[in-house]
Design a protein around this ligand. Structure first.
Ligand SMILES: Cc1cc2nc3c(=O)[nH]c(=O)nc-3n(C[C@H](O)[C@H](O)[C@H](O)COP(=O)(O)OP(=O)(O)OC[C@H]3O[C@@H](n4cnc5c(N)ncnc54)[C@H](O)[C@@H]3O)c2cc1C
Length: 402
């Protein structure tokens, strides 16, 4: 894998920089800087998505034939580095990143025509209905039942931890269509075309940091046309697993990690250490910053390999599990250093400081207003997208052959 930037790569990077300079407005940068969880404020994120769509850049991992950029692995990586360095909003990208590739691989021609252009433009925004109370790691035990009734399924049950179900306009969902045989053999993958479908209710769950990102979704005789099933009836498990590889890989982790580490460095440059100097020069803290940077560099190598595989049409496989483990653990280490650097300034609860346009004085220094929310919200990063224990089981089996 050749990591040196070619003249074409440099020209591409400059093109991205110039697009950012012209289109990433101050309020969008503010939204990006104030991201206190996984995704930036939904409306700001969608505004940025639409700006990218106008430029043809909203589906960076997709082939051109479906409205994607068709970029090489290196281009996608350079793009992600430029975006995070400029504080661009972190997009709620379950549609582009997860369900899009599934529709491309398993969808019919009608389904591709129905969903893919809307995902690219931002008109179609999916949330993910996989987990249920009692079915997270053991996803195949899911109970939400879809019973056949003419051309429809009638769905009853509940999904939980559904990120942005209150913001999305559609949902991709795993449902039980059979209780015979192995649990994996009775699951189907369906797309729900409106979050306002009668019988569907979304209730908020507040995170540790007090944010509303996740929800519980209830189904009370929700009708979904069978034409919205992706893949065969009872064949949803294969589709579901394919999607999970894109949930865990397929998007660059390390650009965000580098940007977050820079944020911590900024705080440590300002904050006093015990005695007279600055925290960033305090040997133990400086050593831990350096260790995290080395972790990021190691992850970057795996990531570039995965991106390069994706570029050749290969799906990420078990490497996405390694990336998910290392990416989330490194993120949590950075969050920990951020809180430590702020010391007692990390404690005040000032959620209003993260609202867009807020310009009142705050107790927490401006560079640190997201440190505690990120620390708290990112505790979940070793749980969502399949817990790290489960990823280790996958690596043990698929990579180490244990
Ligand atoms: C912030 C957040 C956002 C989320 N967003 C979504 C979403 O949008 N859509 C969606 O469908 N889901 C979402 N999830 C759900 C997430 O995928 C599940 O929480 C996750 O899969 C773990 O399942 P669980 O919570 O049921 O925990 P459990 O499966 O009950 O696990 C509990 C603990 O036991 C461990 N464990 C379980 N089985 C094993 C095993 N075989 N070997 C070793 N250890 C094991 C786990 O690692 C964990 O530590 C989200 C979760 C969070 C926290």
């Amino acid at each position: 894998m050749d990591l040196a930037l070619s003249p074409e790569d440099i020209a591409f990077r400059d093109e991205v920089r110039s697009f950012i300079a012209q289109n990433l407005t101050d309020d969008l940068r503010e939204a990006g800087r104030k991201t206190g969880g996984v995704f930036t404020d939904f409306d700001a994120g969608m505004r940025w998505h639409r700006a990218l769509a106008r430029r043809g850049w909203s589906a960076t991992t997709w082939p051109r034939e479906h409205g994607g950029t068709g970029w090489s692995a290196m281009q996608r990586y350079l793009y992600a580095r430029e975006m995070t360095a400029a504080d661009a909003p972190r997009l709620f990208n379950m549609s582009v990143r997860m369900v899009g590739p599934v529709v491309m691989k398993y969808g019919t021609a009608e389904q591709k025509a129905k969903y893919l252009p809307g995902i690219v433009s931002g008109d179609i925004v999916f949330c993910q209905g996989y987990s249920e109370p009692g079915s997270g790691s053991d996803l195949a035990s899911l109970k939400t039942r879809a019973v056949s009734d003419g051309d429809d399924y009638v769905i009853n049950g509940t999904k939980i931890w559904t990120t942005n179900a209150h913001q999305a306009n559609r949902m991709f969902c795993l449902v039980r269509t059979s209780t015979e045989g192995k649990p994996q053999d009775g699951i189907s993958f369906v797309l729900i075309d409106s979050m306002d479908t009668p019988g569907l209710t979304v209730k908020p769950i507040l995170t540790l940091a007090g944010d509303h990102e996740v929800n519980q979704v209830f189904f009370d005789n929700v009708r979904v046309p069978k034409a919205n099933r992706i893949g065969p009836e009872n064949g949803g498990w294969t589709v579901a697993k394919y999607l999970l590889e894109f949930e865990r890989g397929g998007d660059a982790y390390t650009p965000n990690l580098y940007a977050r580490l820079d944020d911590v460095r900024r705080i440590a440059r300002d904050e006093a250490a015990d005695g007279s100097g600055r925290l960033v020069n305090e040997p133990d803290f400086a050593r831990r910053l350096a260790e995290v940077e080395i972790d990021i560099q190691a992850l970057e190598m795996i990531e570039l390999r995965v991106l390069s595989d994706l570029n050749r049409g290969r799906n990420p496989g078990a490497a996405s599990s390694s990336m998910k483990i290392r990416g989330s653990e490194t993120l949590q280490k950075i969050d920990h250093l951020g809180v430590e650097a702020l010391a007692w300034y990390a404690s005040p609860f000032e959620p209003e400081a993260r609202q867009l346009g807020h310009n009142e004085p705050t107790v927490v220094p401006e560079a640190g207003i997201t440190a505690m929310p990120l620390y708290l919200n990112n505790r979940a990063s070793s749980i969502y997208a399949g817990s790290n224990e489960i990823q280790r089981n996958i690596v043990a089996k698929a990579v180490l052959g244990l």
